[in-house]
Design a protein around this ligand. Structure first.
Ligand SMILES: C[S@@+](CC[C@H](N)C(=O)[O-])C[C@H]1O[C@@H](n2cnc3c(N)ncnc32)[C@H](O)[C@@H]1O
Length: 250
């Protein structure tokens, strides 16, 4: 038994060797069988970077929201992908605001990072996890003082996304560049996929290069996205998923 194989989570090793969880009560997997790392890279990190590369304005200070942070794969994969991206050196800072309702996952984040999949990331940074009043701060200190790595701050709020998103919207200055939306499936938690949620995102998403990445291609999600005034594009299939969605301003 591992720390997270308990009454509510079942632990699994997926096809790429990375570990994931199943939520026992909802009977929902956290990731695609192709692998937690593979999904995070293929459906979140790489399409986010590709979207940012289309920017016609300088990207000095990047802001990313990770909604339903879970084991943290999507944000960790994004930071690692930046290291090998043409955008490395293009921006000075990366601010990640994450929200996750389940505080029992916190001890697993360092375990996720200790996997061989994240060697490039852990070779580049000292990563420290500190408990705070709202949740956790992960600090990333570059090991090489002269490297072109951005300043990274990661705040992980232990809270209900629906409670915290309106608050983040009022604080979002001037806009958010990338949003990862990785809730359990729309059939199980429809309230996390409503047009209200996408309308909140639309109000802060950068209108030039901003992108929302999510795995669901459900008709109900497309309808909610369109009702918020945003538009979407299908991303290629991966593992058991027929594709994923990149959502942006028209
Ligand atoms: C599909 S998993 C996310 C996988 C995650 N991105 C990762 O890399 O591990 C969905 C997550 O949403 C969290 N969650 C469920 N309801 C939530 C809510 N109302 N607000 C915030 N997080 C929630 C669950 O605890 C779970 O960790």
């Amino acid at each position: 038994m591992t720390p997270a194989s308990d009454a509510t989570h079942l632990r699994k090793t997926l096809k790429d060797g990375s570990f994931s969880l199943v939520d026992v009560e909802l009977n929902e997997t956290y990731h695609n069988w192709a692998g937690a790392f593979t999904e995070a890279i293929g459906h979140y990190a790489q399409p986010a970077l590709a979207r940012l590369e289309t920017s016609t304005s300088p990207l000095e200070h990047l802001r990313l929201w990770d909604v339903c942070f879970g084991l943290g794969y999507n944000s960790f994969a994004f930071i690692q992908a930046v290291l090998a991206s043409p955008l490395l050196g293009a921006f000075k800072s990366l601010e990640i605001q994450a929200v996750e309702i389940d505080g029992s996952l916190a001890p697993l984040w360092q375990e996720v990072l200790a996997q061989a999949h994240f060697t490039n990331l852990t070779q580049a940074f000292h990563i420290e996890q500190v408990k705070t009043t709202f949740g956790y701060v992960l600090s990333f200190q570059a090991k090489e003082a002269t490297s072109p790595l951005p300043q990274i701050t990661m705040h992980i709020h232990i809270a209900d996304a629906l409670a915290i998103l309106p608050q983040w919207v009022t604080e979002a200055k001037p806009s958010v560049d990338i949003i990862f939306h990785d809730a359990f499936s729309p059939s199980k938690v429809p309230h996390l996929w409503s047009s209200d949620v996408f309308t909140l995102y639309a109000s802060v998403l950068d209108s030039n290069h901003g992108g929302i990445l999510t795995y669901s291609l459900a008709r109900s999600v497309k309808t909610a996205v369109e009702a918020s005034g945003l538009t979407w594009r299908k991303l290629p299939p991966l593992g058991w998923k027929k594709g994923a969605m990149l959502i942006f301003h028209r």
